[in-house]
Design a protein around this ligand. Structure first.
Ligand code: IDC
Length: 447
């Protein structure tokens, strides 16, 4: 970038907002703001770079520059590219050529006509504190501690060391629905972990009652966000993996609510980008739509997640209520890294024909994750088919496919894991579990 003119850049406003004093201690110069917000950190103050430890690092001193193409920020021979930089307490984004961008969304943040970050996509979300965005620590011996960041290798889910692993666990009921919401608590998850489960799935319905995309009001949305945040924190405390499931169903085509999905996954990945125990499931069960539409949706959502989280496992639903995993191999998503495709089954309804879809997919190199199943009929009710369930169990275990049982509720339906008569929200004994609950527990226990 030649032709450098140095111009005063919003200097008056800057002076006001950065009012403070340079001070020195044994480690060097630091900057104390006057407004009570403490010391500067990882930001430019009046041309001086204050590093992550809060001290001035002279070698990165910089200044605003301008040419016919626009503004950039020059620090010695370096200038930020594809980067957010906070300069005099305002946050700017510099594109791949190093120019400041204006009037657009960059991931979840909007920069205004002056290039200043002014809002987030979900205005209602409180910006998480920096401390919340840090990589959490997991308890010694827990699955998340032992296995670390999961990856996909061939058709297999593997741990950070490259060894094949199997996630197994339970799905919550709709997280805002009464028959299940109270089971989302630390002790409830602990009970499930005591069975040998290493994963919890959070069913965030989109269009059904209380869903993320209907009856949109700030109270409900913040309630959903709070529940997700709590649930992730319980799983994290226990060192369990946790799947954030955008539970489309009625809506059929995931593109119906793609606008909300973009916001949702930008926010979730921003919050949990450093959580190696968080997985994203981007569309529970596409139906009455085709793979091309689902793929186009996935090709939009995956890059949004990847802006904040470069390697988390992403689960992509498939057409016909997540049965058509056999269609994927011919036309997979664009960014395939650590992506798996979702198969769901309800053993009384789905037999050999769906099992053969799983076999075909694996044979063709498609990684499959069973993020929801039950051993009853597809309406979540009806009778249990133990023969079909056993065939599924054998096929799934022999291929080390991950499986998550539906659902941690006490609703009066066959798929509920807890008896309708049981009102406990944790510490369930075998006598509190339904036939489905006991079956899942045994499977998880390897019996
Ligand atoms: C079901 C619940 C049921 C609720 C219904 C709402 O079990 O109590 O009334 O949703 O539509 C799925 C879906 C899952 C369904 C489940 C059983 O992913 O949301 O839950 N099922 O019908 N796919 C196949 C079966």
């Amino acid at each position: 970038m030649l032709m450098i003119w140095v111009l005063p850049f919003r200097s008056e406003a800057a002076t006001k907002s950065v009012a403070g004093t340079w001070k020195k201690d044994s480690k060097g110069w630091y900057y104390q703001f006057k407004d009570g917000s403490g010391k500067a950190k990882s930001e430019y103050i009046k041309g001086r770079w204050v590093n992550a430890k809060g001290y001035w690092e002279k070698k990165w001193d910089g200044k605003w520059c301008h040419n016919a193409k626009g503004w950039w920020f020059q620090a010695g021979s370096w200038y930020p590219k594809k980067k957010w930089v906070t300069i005099d307490r305002k946050t700017y984004y510099f594109n791949a050529s190093g120019y400041m961008v204006t009037n657009q969304w960059i991931g979840r943040r909007y920069v205004n006509k002056d290039g200043v970050w002014t809002k987030t996509r979900a205005g209602k979300l409180v910006e998480p504190k920096t401390s919340q965005l840090k990589k959490p620590t997991y308890p010694a011996g827990s699955p998340a501690k032992k296995w670390g960041a999961l990856q996909v290798k061939g058709t297999k889910l593997v741990n950070s060391a490259g060894t094949a692993v199997q996630l197994k666990g339970v799905s919550t009921f709709g997280i805002i629905w009464d028959e299940g919401r109270y089971n989302i608590n630390l002790d409830g998850f602990k009970t499930v972990k005591s069975w040998g489960a290493n994963a919890i799935r959070l069913a965030v319905y989109t269009e059904e009652y209380g869903g993320y995309c209907v009856d949109w009001d700030s109270v409900k949305t913040s309630e959903l966000n709070k529940t997700i945040a709590n649930a992730v924190s319980y799983a994290t405390k226990l060192g369990m993996y946790v799947i954030i499931d955008w539970h489309i169903l009625n809506d059929g085509n995931p593109n119906t609510h793609i606008k909300e999905a973009k916001q949702f996954f930008a926010d979730m990945s921003y919050k949990y980008g450093k959580y190696t125990n968080v997985l994203y499931e981007i569309c529970n069960e596409p139906n009455n739509t085709d793979w091309a539409s689902v793929k186009s949706y996935a090709d939009t959502i995956i890059p949004i997640i990847r802006e904040n989280d470069s390697d988390a496992i992403i689960l992509v639903g498939t057409p016909t209520w997540s049965q058509d995993v056999d269609l994927v191999a011919k036309n997979p998503v664009k960014k395939t890294k650590n992506v798996m495709y979702v198969l769901h089954f309800y053993a009384s309804t789905h037999g050999d024909n769906i099992r053969s879809k799983l076999k075909t997919a694996l044979k063709n190199g498609t990684p499959v994750f069973v993020s929801e199943f039950s051993i009853c009929a597809a309406d979540g009710n009806g009778s249990i088919d133990y023969t079909s369930a056993a065939a599924w169990k054998k096929l799934i275990n022999s291929n080390k496919v991950s499986y998550i049982g539906w659902s941690l509720s006490n609703k009066n339906e066959t798929s509920a894991l807890i008896k309708n008569s049981c009102s406990k929200h944790s510490g369930w004994k075998d006598s509190d579990l339904t036939e489905t609950g006991k079956y899942l527990k045994k499977w998880i226990q390897g019996k």
